[in-house]
Design a protein around this ligand. Structure first.
Ligand code: 6PG
Length: 243
């Protein structure tokens, strides 16, 4: 158990295999129940191996009935290597048969401008979620943990993403690229299942910090990830745990 939630730990390759299988099981369950699977994915480097695994090893995966959403995005064109959607496209979408209309990238670039407050791309995204995802409750949300303790694109000390409404926010990262778009934690917390994937010894320190800190969401956004009990699972590899 980790911070009172379920935890799966293993060597990275097996951990990714388990997570891939858990996502596929969640997809099959959701489709049986509602005919559709709404999956929201994070970016960063950790999920790349998962994307590759999902594209290569899960031949029975019900992509046809899967809708793919973004948890967060860096405000750069999709063609840049920093782009979360760009990476999902390259490592996953190009290799699986998912209907074009089921793919929902965050609208970070319109009319040559990036994540512009006046452009309201974030609100459009929130509207799409509320229109297409039943009760705005994603079936599966994949999160990561940044070395500085951010999750999704909610950064430590930024309370507006932790409290407040179920919505899509424009946020700012201390690291480049600074401008981000992110699901708010209240929106993430409505999900049926939430997974937090933590890989590599580089994450040992932050994991130790947050596990020892008092569980007030004020400091560490990850403590504000509180879906209904039993719905959150941490996937942490041995490298991170043991260092
Ligand atoms: C982002 C991600 C972010 C990610 C963490 C971990 O765009 O920054 O969606 O929330 O999960 O930063 O990223 P790494 O796996 O690269 O450490």
């Amino acid at each position: 158990s980790f911070l009172g939630n379920s935890m799966v730990s293993d060597w990275a390759e097996s951990l990714i295999q388990t997570l891939g299988r858990d996502i596929q099981n969640a997809a099959e369950e959701s489709i049986k129940r509602s005919g559709v699977f709404h999956l929201a994915l994070s970016g960063g480097s950790s999920p790349l191996a998962l994307f590759q695994r999902l594209s290569r090893h899960h031949h029975g995966f019900p992509w046809k009935h899967t809708h793919l959403w973004l948890v967060d995005e860096r405000c750069v064109p999709f063609t840049e290597s920093d782009s979360n959607f760009g990476n999902i496209e390259k490592h996953l979408l190009q290799h699986v048969r998912i209907p074009y209309v089921n793919i929902h990238p965050m609208p970070v670039q319109r009319n040559q401008r990036l994540c512009d407050i006046e452009d309201m791309g974030n609100q459009t995204y929130a509207e799409d979620i509320f229109a297409l995802v039943g009760n705005a409750s994603f079936d599966f949300v994949l999160l990561g943990l940044g070395n500085d303790g951010h999750t999704a694109s909610i950064f430590p000390g930024k309370e507006d993403g932790i409290y407040g409404r179920s919505t899509v926010l424009l946020t700012e990262s201390p690291q480049k690229p600074h401008q981000r778009m992110s699901l708010s934690l209240p929106l993430i917390n409505k999900a049926q299942k939430v997974a937090i994937l933590v890989l590599g010894k580089g994450k040992h320190e932050i994991l130790t910090l947050i596990s020892r800190a008092e569980k007030t969401p004020k400091k560490w956004p990850i403590h504000g990830v509180n879906p209904t009990p039993g719905k959150l699972v941490w996937y942490i590899d041995y490298e991170t745990l043991l260092r």
